[in-house]
Every structure is written in structure tokens, then in C-alpha cells.
Ligand binder design. Structure first.
Ligand code: G4F
Length: 299
């Protein structure tokens, strides 16, 4: 964890008595070398990144430092301390961007549409390059959007499900969104983490697309979420032009045939099941502590 005077551990609160947190920073090579040397893990999952796409236009260089060179630093730390450590690198469907073919597979050419997407393309190729240059077990998981009740409130799924809960409970009267026509292949994060682990257990390192193979619009998401609590979304949703991105990824849909055949992986939660799970969790949470969540959404 990066040093901070205000730790941000709400997602892992339930695990704190079972895990050990160590200091390190993707911007600091020595901290990563020291961490890997001290812990000597068998497996290293690099999920750390500046992961919110719109923020990457505001801070393109910092995004590159974390998401691109940060991965090089992780690879170097492993290479220098113990190159037999297995690395999982979190790559992204945002690398496909302005898609060159539909659905997207491991062989689809990349066309990223944001500094975030560009940084992830670098991270993907540096992972492949270290694997090929140094014979390291480094895998790149090209994960399509994966969501759960632990999703940050700035991402569209959670923004919608939290908004629905607040509107239902009378704490909010409208919800401002950007592009309702964007399509994403949304899956359940729990299923996707299982895929990460499976990739690292294989005999040989390889790259995999992880996706459900079904795409929905933001409008579909809004409709299913509001319907869950018996409300008509047309009465509450406003489109705010400030939330439209400078360059949009319009339509993503993944083909995870390779993962299904080689890893024996398949998703267990469908789109409606995921949205219902998130709405129900937000309803429960907001009802239990409306003020606490007010603070969270302001962050
Ligand atoms: O939820 P989003 O912000 O996710 P996005 O940009 O697809 O990226 C997420 O998934 C990637 C793939 O796994 C990750 F690599 C990445 O780190 C991140 O986790 O936006 C989804 C779509 C976009 O097209 C956006 O324009 O929803 C549209 N949208 C419409 N209104 C909105 C909003 N997105 C956000 N965040 N907020 C809105 O009000």
C-alpha cells in the first residue's frame, strides 16, 4: 500500500485480520525490490493502477508513470530478486478502444482511446516482452469491465446503483450521467478474479481475454437498475455534457473462447443478476448509514 495519512481500505475492511499490508509504491523502484525480496511470493498480482479513464486526460503523465512504467518496475523487481515468481498483469479491454473487430479476442489489434488505454497497451507489451526476453512466467489478463458492490462510486455501474438506492430512499432526486449509448461487456468481479488465478496456475504463461460475450448499453444498465426498485428512470436521469469523454470507447464485447477452453473458465453471474446484486447491496448500505455514504460519494 502507498503511504497515506488517510488510508483507503473500505473494500478490504473484512479481511484486515487475515492479511498483512506492506508499504510499496509503483513509482519507487527500490520499494518494490525491497517488498519482493522480503515477501518472496510465489505469485504476484499487479492490480494497482490509475484506473479511472476520465482522470487520465487530466493527468496523462502520472497515468503513464503508474500504469506503464510502474509495471516495468514490478517486472524489474521480480527479475532482479527471483525471476521464477509468477506475475499476473491486469490488462484492460480499454486497449481495444475504437475496435478493429467485433467481438474482440487476444488477436484483435489495439486502438486505445484515452491516455489510460495507451498506458495499458504499454503495460501489456512490456509484460509480453519480459516473458519473451527473460523467460519469466508473466501473464496479461485482458479483462472486460468487472463490477461488484465494492466498485468505486465514480464508475458508471456503481454510480447508477448508488444513485438508485438514494433516490429510492428519498436522499437524492436525480442522477447525472454522460453517454447513455456506450456499450460495455459487464461481468461480475468475483468471476474475473477466479480467471486471474487460473491463468497463473497454468503450465505455460499466456494472455487471455476475460468477458461474458454479451454487451449492454448504459441505458440498459439504468433501466434494469431503476426497475429493480420499481422506478421509471426517465423521471430521474439527466444527461450532463460535462460527463461526455473527449474520445469515447463506444462498444466493447469480448470473445473469451480461449479462456473457456484452456482455463475451463466461465462466468456465473449474468447482467441482470449483477445489477440486482449491486442495487440490493447499495439499498442495504445506504439505508444503514446514509451519512457515511454521503462522505464516500463526495470523495
Ligand atoms: O464505468 P466506466 O467509467 O468504465 P470504463 O471507462 O469502461 O473503464 C473501466 O473498465 C475498464 C475495463 O475493465 C478498466 F480498464 C478501467 O480501469 C475501468 O475499470 O464507464 C463505462 C462507460 C463509458 O463509456 C462512459 O462514457 O459508461 C459511460 N458513462 C456514461 N455516463 C459514464 C457515465 N461513466 C462514468 N464513469 N460516469 C458517468 O456518469
Amino acid at each position: 500500500m502507498r503511504r497515506s495519512s488517510a488510508p483507503n481500505v473500505w473494500r478490504i475492511q473484512h479481511l484486515l485480520d487475515r492479511i498483512t499490508i506492506k508499504p510499496a509504491d509503483l513509482l519507487d523502484q527500490l520499494s518494490l525490490i525491497r517488498l519482493v525480496d522480503e515477501v518472496r511470493p510465489h505469485e504476484f498480482y499487479n492490480l494497482a493502477a490509475m484506473s479511472f479513464v476520465p482522470a487520465s486526460w487530466d493527468q496523462p503523465m502520472l497515468t503513464g508513470e503508474f500504469n506503464a512504467q510502474g509495471v516495468t518496475r514490478v517486472l524489474e523487481a521480480i527479475r532482479q530478486v527471483d525471476p521464477s515468481i509468477r506475475l499476473y498483469q491486469a490488462s484492460s479491454s480499454e486497449m481495444f478502444g475504437k475496435v478493429r473487430e467485433t467481438p474482440q479476442t487476444e488477436l484483435t489489434p489495439f486502438y486505445p482511446r484515452s491516455p489510460y488505454g495507451v498506458s495499458k497497451v504499454f503495460a501489456h507489451y512490456i509484460t509480453v516482452n519480459y516473458r519473451e526476453s527473460y523467460n519469466m512466467f508473466a501473464v496479461s489478463g485482458m479483462l472486460f469491465n468487472h463490477e461488484s458492490p465494492r466498485r468505486g462510486l465514480e464508475f458508471v455501474t456503481r454510480k447508477v446503483t448508488d444513485g438508485v438506492a438514494r433516490i429510492k430512499l428519498g436522499l437524492q432526486d436525480s442522477l447525472s450521467l454522460g453517454n447513455l449509448d456506450a456499450h460495455r461487456d459487464w461481468g461480475f468481479a468475483g468471476d474475473y478474479v477466479r480467471a486471474m488465478w487460473l491463468m497463473v496456475q497454468q503450465e505455460r504463461p499466456d494472455d487471455y481475454v476475460i468477458a461474458t460475450g454479451i454487451s449492454h448499453s448504459v441505458r440498459d444498465l439504468v433501466e434494469v437498475a431503476f426497475a429493480r426498485v420499481g422506478l421509471d428512470w426517465h423521471k430521474y436521469v439527466k444527461v450532463d455534457p460535462h460527463l461526455i469523454r473527449p474520445a469515447e470507447v463506444e462498444h466493447l464485447i469480448g470473445d473469451s473462447t480461449k479462456a473457456r477452453l484452456q482455463l475451463g473458465w466461465q462466468p456465473s453471474v449474468d447482467f441482470a443478476g449483477l445489477v440486482h446484486m449491486m442495487v440490493d447491496a447499495d439499498l442495504e448500505r445506504v439505508a444503514a448509514a446514509p451519512r457515511a455514504l454521503d462522505r464516500l460519494s463526495a470523495l
